[in-house]
Ligand binder design. Structure first.
Ligand code: CP3
Length: 339
């Protein structure tokens, strides 16, 4: 994939986390047709359609497979529901004994639906548009499995890991294996690059970060590099701050997704010599605000990252309130310079 060849591209490639989603009227229409959110994820025709919508509208350089990080626990048998206005709901895993509810050998039929979406996409996408597959990092996925829903501080998972590190390790092992199977299947079906979303990496102190963020990610990246040496893997350890450099050095990711808190001067300098492509990190709320403030910041990021291997992205996902025309402005400014 071109941006990973070690050269700076001018203009840099651009895609956005959550580029398919509720801010687009065509997404809302397809979503209504599908019924539930999971029905949409497991319908190859509809999931491919919503993946393509932002590509048609904006001509992004990459499409990201439409799916969700919680399909992995769902496929493992911890059924996931999405209640309107509540986000995801799962029957929480309280102790290691609850791990017997997971069936690591039963994932295939649900994963196959996603692989079929990837196959369709590879056929329907223009050759020059990269297709990014993804999974959630084991730590972040575990926070939802243990808490049973999204949470502010991931307290249930952090306490589980402190009280029963061996039991927590068993859960990590199940998730590492399932993630490898899931990502590998996406590559075989046609994904050109992969991203590992660790949305809650920032909630752990360094010793726990090493055990539950770095080690499991390292195992997944190593397996991908062995099985698919030409497929770059981007890590997104949201909130890792100063530990992002450590994460890059240890996990050997090919790309580092930077969140909004990472100062662009650090994005420009901290990873020099690490042989890693930097991706990020515009504030999604600036994309809601739009106008001059957006244009100015885009100009600053582009200027700081000039001459370095860089992928323009947000520091987190697009929010539903984003006016679609602001995304068009952003793409135009990134491609034409922000002067
Ligand atoms: O366009 C894309 O980026 C691809 C699709 C994608 C979705 N979720 C679709 C989605 C991706 C890459 C994800 C990743 C994901 N899912 C993460 C990691 C990235 C992040 O945002 O931090 C997490 C933590 C999840 C779990 C999840 N899925 C939550 C907490 C929610 C509810 C919050 C919300 O926005 O409603 C979801 C639902 C979800 N996943 C939606 C979309 C488009 C909205 C569902 C809807 O249409 O009602």
């Amino acid at each position: 994939m071109q941006p990973f060849a070690g050269e700076a591209l001018d203009p840099p490639p651009i895609w956005l986390m959550r580029q398919a989603g509720r801010y687009l009227p065509e997404y809302r229409e397809t979503r209504a047709k599908a019924g539930g959110f999971l029905d949409l994820c497991y319908s190859p025709a509809l999931a491919a359609e919503v993946t393509l919508q932002p590509i048609r509208r904006y001509g992004f350089d990459a499409a990201i497979l439409f799916a969700d990080i919680l399909l992995v626990p769902d496929a493992l048998g911890q059924s996931v529901r999405f209640a309107e206005g509540e986000g995801p709901l799962l029957d929480p895993l309280r102790t290691a004994a609850d791990l017997t509810r997971l069936s690591p050998t039963a994932t295939r039929p649900k994963f196959e639906r996603v692989f079929e979406t990837v196959q369709r996409l590879r056929q329907d996408l223009p050759d020059e548009t990269a297709l990014i597959g993804f999974c959630g990092a084991p730590w972040t996925v575990a926070t939802y499995m243990i808490e049973g829903r999204g949470s502010k501080d991931q307290a249930a998972a952090r306490l589980f890991a402190y009280r029963d590190p061996d039991g927590f390790q068993k859960l990590m092992d199940v998730l590492v294996e399932a993630s490898i199977e899931y990502l590998s299947g996406q590559v075989q079906a046609g994904a050109d690059a992969l991203q590992i979303f660790d949305t809650w990496a920032g909630s752990l102190p360094d010793d726990q970060f090493e055990k539950w963020v770095i080690h499991p990610t390292q195992r997944i990246v190593e397996a991908m590099h062995k099985q698919h040496p030409d497929v770059p893997v981007i890590g997104f350890p949201r909130g890792a701050q100063g530990s992002a450099l450590w994460y890059v050095a240890e996990t050997k990711v090919d790309g580092i997704g930077c969140d909004t808190a990472m100062p662009p001067y650090m994005m420009a300098e901290a990873f020099d010599g690490e042989n890693v492509v930097v991706q990020g990190n515009l504030d999604p709320l600036l994309l809601v605000a739009g106008g001059e403030a957006l244009k100015t910041r885009v100009g600053e990021i582009l200027e700081l990252m000039e001459g370095r291997p860089f992928i323009f992205n947000l520091g987190h996902g697009i929010v539903p309130e984003t006016p679609p025309e602001h995304v068009a402005d952003l793409v135009r400014w990134v491609r034409g310079g922000a002067q």
